[in-house]
Ligand binder design. Structure first.
Ligand code: ADP
Ligand code: MG
Length: 391
């Protein structure tokens, strides 16, 4: 029989486990771009009904005829939000990878909505550097600080691209590709396996031990080069592939012999836009189908996890299978839905917000039980349908 203290401890543990399974969705609206969008014809179609422009939860899209679509997320960041503001909101999540958690941060949205800006930004410019540089700087800084307490960390970085359900190692120099004239193929087959410890093993994938942000930034440059070579050869492929940066963190405490194994995945997803159905044939059609399939698989997986369903369809796409150990269980997931505010993007923005609302819907379901007032104001039904409001 358990004593009272143990009962409380277990209850607390379960509560924390439940919280951990949660998936959070942040919405980020980029500013209108000075070239082309910031004109009379192209006004922002986005409004922030609840708390002003920064850090609210609500977002409205307003159609030309006044039809309004209302959504709410864990946080909504308006166009004034800086890269630093964003990082402040996620730095704790990043930090938890050092405590041994498996963390995934995604950027979802149509091409041009600010995914890469959010993830990478301009790594060499203080004001514009994105999540990846900021996260790594923090992780290396913290891991050094923890040395005083006896911790020794080793970190390995990898970077890959998933295009048409094929994995490409971005840390292999692209030479081999060029010779073949086909950048998609390095001749290497990358198979995904999960070992007993819950780690993902990708065969033939380059893993580089890193000890500083400077080393990682070198790798990122190499990856960008490798990607852009692919880009010319493959018709701007980069917007149609998922780019996954992974940092594996192992720590051991020399005095207590405690061990931690954390993972940080930072994922710049393929552009979510539906390419026009007419005209998409052959390779283009295959590509569109692969993107749509893998993005909807990601949505299905997140939804199944949030619903605590017994079967989570990880195996339906390369991306979800790759990230399986880092999605669900006691891992932590955050999705940014990036939005372009101009009127031409309204349809795509609506699609992105609907996708994100669906992914977030179950959390609203959870919130309903505990804080009914918040649930009542939510405008997204548990099924992810959007309830339009007209004014
Ligand atoms: P995506 O990766 O989704 O295709 P990008 O990140 O490349 O989109 O963004 C498209 C353009 O908008 C780029 O020129 C980028 O610098 C700019 N941009 C995106 N988000 C912001 C932002 N929050 N503030 C300023 N410029 C931004
Ligand atoms: Mg991009």
């Amino acid at each position: 029989r358990l004593n009272e203290g143990e009962v409380i401890r277990r209850k607390l543990h379960n509560t924390i486990q439940e919280l951990k399974g949660n998936i959070r969705v942040f919405c980020r609206v980029r500013p209108l771009l000075v070239d082309g969008e910031d004109t009379e014809q192209s006004q922002s179609v986005v409004q922030y009904p609840q708390f002003g422009e920064l850090f609210g939860r609500g977002i409205d899209l307003v159609q030309a005829d006044g039809q309004k679509y209302t959504f709410s997320f864990d946080k909504v960041f308006g166009p004034e939000t800086t890269q630093e503001n964003i990082f402040e909101e996620i730095s704790q999540l990043v930090q938890s990878a050092l405590d041994g958690y498996k963390v995934c941060i995604f950027a979802y949205g149509q091409t041009g909505s600010g995914k890469t800006y959010t993830m990478l930004g301009q790594p060499d410019q203080q004001a514009h550097k994105g999540l990846i540089p900021r996260s790594l700087e923090q992780i290396f800084k913290s891991s050094q600080a923890l040395q005083n307490q006896g911790w020794r960390f080793t970190m390995q970085a990898s970077m890959l691209e998933i295009y048409n359900e094929t994995i490409r190692d971005l840390l292999i120099p692209p030479k081999a590709d060029l010779q073949k004239g086909d950048a998609a193929s390095t001749g290497k087959q990358h198979n995904i396996k999960h070992d007993n410890l819950g780690h993902t093993q990708v065969s033939e994938l380059t893993l580089v031990e890193v000890t500083s942000w400077k080393e990682v930034s070198g790798l990122l440059r190499q990856a960008a080069q490798s990607r852009s070579v692919g880009k010319t050869a493959m018709n701007e492929q980069s917007s149609r592939s998922h780019c996954v940066f992974t940092l594996r963190i192992s720590g051991v405490n020399e005095s207590t012999e405690q061990q931690v194994h954390g993972v940080l995945n930072l994922v710049d997803l393929a552009g979510s836009e539906r390419l026009s159905r007419s005209g998409a044939t052959g390779d283009r059609l295959k590509e569109t189908q692969a993107i749509n399939k893998s993005l909807s698989c990601l949505g299905d997986v997140i939804l199944a996890i949030a619903n605590k369903e017994q079967h989570v369809p990880y195996r339906n796409s390369k991306l979800t299978y790759l990230l399986q150990p880092c999605l669900g269980g006691d891992s932590k997931t955050l999705m940014f839905v990036n939005i372009a505010p101009d009127s031409k993007s309204l349809h795509e923005s609506l699609c992105s917000l609907r996708f994100a609302a669906k992914v977030n819907a179950c959390e609203i379901g959870v919130a309903r039980r505990t804080t009914s007032s918040r649930a009542a104001s939510a405008s997204v039904s548990a099924a992810g349908d959007v309830v339009p409001r007209t004014h």
